[in-house]
Design a binder for this molecule. Structure first.
Ligand code: SAH
Length: 265
């Protein structure tokens, strides 16, 4: 996949102050694929958003404007109803290429940023060979949209959220679904999730000054990590590939993600 350098797309969002203490991560319950569940949720918006056509148009734009050509990813984006993950008042904007607020000072990433990040994860030799993302760790569940995509693209996904209300919201949106390859964890994602490590793919939706050492340690050899990091006065996406001898790091385009915070709240 190729992407042109771009201007930041995320509105900066104020986040709540970090909690003073770190609580141990708690695996609370399993969730399953969001899209099928969300599709079953009444009532429909009555705005035509439940039709796959509206998502197919979004996917066509991702192909044309962003050069995304990763077919499994495009199929997942055509299937998962993004409008079900945002406030009903914002549903009509769900298929525009824009970040949207999800409450608690956080934002759901724009479709193009989500697509660019996941497409890069697909870029390793190992992912190409397997045809999927392998064992995957997401930091920053937010409303659960990206987690729902990842669950279609990986045999197992662990997704961690540090804000209890968002964790609860994502759990409700993703609950009661037919597959159990997605597990939501309430905890501090800076610590990763050691019980399921190593991960073939690690993706973070919040950015700090440094990549936490736990993420690097928990990345499998041949695996890839993608995350926003502070670079000078701005933020940029960094891709880290772990080889048998090193962690190879490459800086990509400027982005604007919410901050990676410590602890839970
Ligand atoms: N992928 C999400 C986007 C969420 S925005 C979606 O599809 O909706 C980033 C999220 O990262 C926020 O919900 C924020 O609370 C969370 N976050 C920030 N620091 C974190 C940390 N240390 N551990 C886990 N989640 C964190």
């Amino acid at each position: 996949m190729t992407t042109a350098p771009r201007r930041p797309r995320f509105p900066a969002a104020a986040s709540p102050a970090p909690a003073p203490t770190q609580r141990p991560q708690r695996l609370v319950r399993e969730s399953r694929e969001a899209d099928e569940h969300a599709r079953r949720q009444p009532p429909t918006t009555g705005l035509g958003l439940d039709s796959e056509q509206v998502r197919v148009r979004m996917v066509d734009r991702l192909r044309r404007d962003e050069g995304i050509s990763c077919e499994p990813l495009l199929a997942a984006m055509a299937a998962v109803p993004r409008h079900r993950f945002v406030d009903p008042a914002l549903a009509t904007q769900a298929y525009e290429d824009t970040a949207l607020p999800i409450g608690h000072g956080q934002t759901i990433s724009s479709p193009s940023v989500v697509a660019i990040m996941i497409a890069r994860l697909f870029g390793t030799d190992a992912a190409q060979r397997r045809g999927n993302l392998g064992r995957t760790l997401e930091i920053g569940t937010g409303c659960g949209y990206q987690a729902a995509l990842l669950a279609r693209l990986a045999p197992s996904v662990i997704s961690i959220e540090r804000l209890r209300p968002l964790y609860d919201k994502a759990r409700d949106l993703l609950a009661g679904l037919p597959r159990s390859n997605l597990r939501l964890v309430y905890g501090d994602g800076r610590l990763g999730h050691p019980p399921n490590a190593p991960y073939d793919s690690i993706i973070a939706a919040a950015g700090g000054d440094e990549l936490p050492q736990a993420w690097l340690d928990q990345l499998a050899v041949g695996g890839r990590l993608i995350a926003p990091v502070t670079a000078g006065r701005a933020q940029a996406l960094v891709v880290v590939d772990r080889t048998p001898t090193e962690w190879r790091r490459e800086l990509h385009e400027a982005v604007m993600f919410v901050p990676l915070r410590s602890g839970t709240a």
